[in-house]
Design a protein around this ligand. Structure first.
Ligand code: GDG
Length: 481
């Protein structure tokens, strides 16, 4: 099978390759590394291994040849424009994403999308099967590729297969809505190890296997005898555990200390009119992030006189996201409307109540924003982890700033010194924001230093090492898991 082809000991499979295609002014195209936590994490574990990454190149209908990038072989998976609509925008983003995030918007179940999801997952599995060396370690990422573990095991039983879920895994009462729920569970049970952000996600998965497949679970191991009529049946023991993802603390910390970023942070405050308190929100414009609840609380705080311009302002960055999906377009117009109304009611000449930016920024600017903010508002209704919260903490080398953090994020389980809130409880949210704004500097500093310690000692490199140790030892626990 893999005779003339180069094969690799370590293979990552993710929906996207870690590169974006850019077109220069003269019309030539080239690949540019796409910045992102996953890329950094994988870099650190790929070094010294013969490594490959299998994923979609981000351009429809194009058969891009495999190429090398920083010592890693990138293997593009071709997707047609129709498959992007059905597998990616449809099944991944309109079915699984809302279903796995507490059905904040209603998931849509369409048989055509499911067929495309199966088809694309099979293509990923075939591509990995072709490039993986004998006995290789394969790390599959996220909800777009839940069928790959079992499809791959069938093709290549010699491989060690792990999967990591970046988003929550829902309780069986919600997961049970999915018409193809059994197939998804069977797909995942092809892995040796399944990693989740929180213990509850792993527990939800275990309960779904028990109730829907009749699997047996003991501790963190699911044992399951496959259906007799299914290929590859026989007892499987699969370990699952919480391995919360993190960020590259040192890189974020060092960037925030650079003179350019510090200067820029001062400039940002000056352009806002040097308010006493800058509140900040930075999110992908996604209904899971609780932006509307946050704006509701802010609006009431202005109306109640808890805050007023020019002393206090909210800077809300909403990075454009999934604009072809209707729920995201609707969210955008709702947020536009809310911001317009708050500003109409509460801004004064020269002092806006809300500065709203629907843009994406370079990481230097993000660091400067973090440094400029007195309070970061992270109020998701549901979020697998939330890296923005961790990046804020890592940027605050000065020990300044306060973090308001929703208890429905994975990060809340680690950042216990944050000002935690339930974003559905608008009264409670307002009180929490006031508390974060008004706590004395010494107590705020103590909280921030505690959270920095946590993120420094549990960074993305530690995450990747911990994950791989668990994968290697599965179904048993690694020695120091
Ligand atoms: C999924 C899960 C889980 C955002 N705007 C800009 C920008 N960003 C960067 C942030 C951060 C990342 O994007 C967003 O990560 P989050 O964790 O906050 O959220 P999701 O995109 O929903 O990610 C989530 C994550 O996967 C990892 O497992 O934590 O729960 O939903 O790094 O900084 N970066 C730049 N400009 C922007 O405008 N440069």
């Amino acid at each position: 099978m893999a005779s003339a082809r180069r094969t690799f000991d370590f293979v990552v499979a993710a929906n996207r390759l870690p590169v974006d295609r850019v077109v220069d002014d003269d019309g030539t195209t080239r690949w540019q590394a796409s910045p992102g936590g996953l890329v950094t994490a994988m870099d650190s574990v790929m070094q010294g291994r013969r490594a490959a990454w299998v994923g979609w190149a981000g351009v429809p209908d194009e058969d891009v040849r495999p190429f090398d990038r920083d010592g890693v072989r990138l293997h593009p998976v071709v997707l047609t424009a129709e498959e992007i609509q059905d597998y990616y925008e449809g099944f991944s983003n309109e079915t699984l994403w809302p279903l796995y995030h507490d059905v904040i918007v209603p998931p849509r179940y369409r048989r055509r999308w499911w067929a495309a999801y199966r088809e694309v997952n099979a293509r990923f599995a075939e591509c990995v099967a072709q490039v993986a060396a004998r006995g290789a370690v394969v790390w599959i990422h996220d909800y777009q590729l839940q069928l790959v573990p079992s499809m791959l095991r069938e093709l290549r039983p010699d491989l060690r297969i792990g999967w990591f879920n970046h988003i929550p895994f829902p309780p069986v009462e919600l997961f049970g809505q999915l018409p193809w729920r059994d197939s998804v569970l069977r797909g995942l049970l092809g892995a040796d190890f399944l990693g989740f952000q929180r213990r509850n996600d792993a527990a939800n998965f275990a309960r779904a296997c028990q109730q829907l497949l009749g699997a047996h679970t003991s501790g963190d191991v699911v044992s399951w005898v496959g259906d007799e009529d299914e290929p590859g049946s026989g007892e499987r023991r699969v370990r699952m555990a919480a391995v919360p993802i993190s960020i590259d603390f040192t890189t974020v910390d060092e960037l925030a200390r650079t003179p350019g970023v510090r200067r820029r942070a001062q400039e940002i405050r000056a352009s806002l009119g040097n308010p006493r308190t800058v509140l900040l929100g930075i999110d992908r414009l996604d209904y899971t992030k609780g932006i509307r609840h946050r704006l509701r609380a802010i609006s009431e705080m202005f109306a109640d006189g808890d805050i007023a311009t020019p002393e206090v302002t909210l800077l809300q960055v909403a990075t454009p996201s999934r604009e072809r999906v209707s729920a995201y377009r609707e969210l955008r117009s709702q947020v536009d409307g809310q911001v317009g109304r708050i500003n109409g009611d509460h801004s004064t000449i020269g002092a806006s109540a809300v500065h709203y930016l629907h843009h994406s920024y370079p990481k230097e600017e993000m660091a400067a924003l973090f440094l400029a903010a007195d309070v970061l508002l992270v109020t998701p209704l549901r979020d697998g982890m939330n890296l923005v919260a961790k990046e804020y903490v890592a940027s605050r080398w000065d020990g300044g700033g306060a973090l308001v953090l929703s208890e429905f994020t994975g990060a809340a389980h680690e950042l216990t010194q944050a000002f935690q809130c339930n974003p559905h409880d608008i009264v409670g949210l307002k009180q929490t924001i006031v508390a974060a704004m008004s706590e004395d500097a010494a107590s705020r500093r103590k909280r921030m230093l505690g959270m920095r310690r946590r993120v420094r000692t549990h960074d993305v490199h530690a995450w990747a090492r911990r994950y791989l140790a668990a994968l290697e030892a599965a179904p048993d626990k690694p020695d120091r898991g």
